[in-house]
Ligand binder design. Sequence first.
Ligand code: FAD
Length: 450
Amino acid sequence: MLHDAHGWWIAEAGPPPALPPLAEDAEADVVVIGGGFTGLWTAWHVLEAEPGARVVVLEADRCGFGPSGRNGGFVQSMTLSRATLHELFGVRAGDELVAASEETVRAIGAWCEAEGVDAWYHAAPHLVVYAAPGQEHKFGAPGEGVVALDAAQVRARCDSPLFTGGLEAAVGATVHPARLAFGLRERLLARGVRIYEHSRVRGLDGSEARTDAGRVRAGAAVVAVGPASGALRPLRDRLTVSSSHIVLTEPVPDVVEAIGWTGGEAISDGRTLLHYLRTTRDGRILFGWAGGRMAAGARPGGRMEVDPDVIARARADLVRFFPALEGRRIERAWGGPIDVSPTHLPFVTTLPGGRAHAAFGYTGNGVGPSHLAGSALAALALGRTGGAAALPIVGPPPRVPPEPLRVIGAAAIRQALVAKEAAEQDGRRPNPLVRALAAVPGRMGMHIVR
Ligand SMILES: Cc1cc2nc3c(=O)[nH]c(=O)nc-3n(C[C@H](O)[C@H](O)[C@H](O)COP(=O)(O)OP(=O)(O)OC[C@H]3O[C@@H](n4cnc5c(N)ncnc54)[C@H](O)[C@@H]3O)c2cc1C
């Protein structure tokens, strides 16, 4: 098995040649910092709103080489969070957000179609399955756009001996994330966006971004640096950073066929630190687990990118889900950092000074929502109101506890959740300390990873 920080998707897509770094000072209407989905979609939406706008993207590494190009490829709406959104924002605003997030899932598919980008977009429902005792109690009654499934119905879609029921959200899709990121980058270049790679922004003064080699003076700046947001002073107390890992099988079309998982459904289970699984166009099974560690000081790298312990557990869990995979090869394993917000929703916010705007906090669900956040960021950068800029995720984000309390407390809670969910899976009752710690986020009104 190859442990590879970049993951399989990027290798499969065949990354395009790197673009030269920024070498001299430049001017723009909008400078976008970060070439993941948030930054790239922002650039796209700016051009949609103002085709003549001058847009510069500054990317520290290469566009799509961060989490955007190596995630699970679930394109999810917020339908399953409707009850939480009602609680946080009221019924009307919550429903508007769900509708906008569903529209985003479709819009990504329509974009691939219109632009001729083969990102393996496949519209299919998202199933939440109950794969251990107690998971069915975590969800309320299915709301609009969601139906309940019994064990037979779930197992007819994907036959794992662990599945005892679930929920189906009708609006969903999967993509090949690296193909989508590279396709988007290419279409932006074709529309005249200036993209500089290996151009890390070291400082932002209002809306002027500085790299080692030059400055970009712009009317507005957009900060779209994903989990690196946690290291920025104004956002430091708004998110924590944890990690998620993926194992990917060799092509196993015979197993996929035998378990009847031929509809391409994206599946996650009812854990808080969830498992997520899907098939690929070439007959593989991708299996992820959000049980990685916390990053102290929100610093990415090291075990955020590849954690052999987490990978080993994910691999063992995969075979528990699908015993027919015993003895089949795991070809690749990789991970990456996740920007976690207290509500587990992304936030789009204007930074002090008013000339720069940022989006972060996707909590492992950014492939769909980054398109929506990009639309809001584009509107803010162009000084427009209404549309996506009026959604309730736009505004000051909630705070998390300060460091070092945050990382110590969050790591302890995460450990407790891992222990609690492992005990539940084995039909044991978790010990009282573990139960008490695992209940802390709920008592504080924090919603941690789905
Ligand atoms: C293993 C894994 C699985 C996941 N699975 C899913 C999934 O199935 N579905 C889903 O919806 N979400 C998933 N996610 C989350 C999803 O990948 C992210 O939410 C999404 O990609 C966010 O995109 P982004 O552009 O905000 O951030 P990123 O992809 O992190 O992009 C930020 C970019 O900013 C650059 N950058 C950082 N600092 C600087 C700087 N100073 N100057 C210039 N550039 C900088 C980085 O190099 C990077 O390219 C997963 C994440 C991981 C790690």
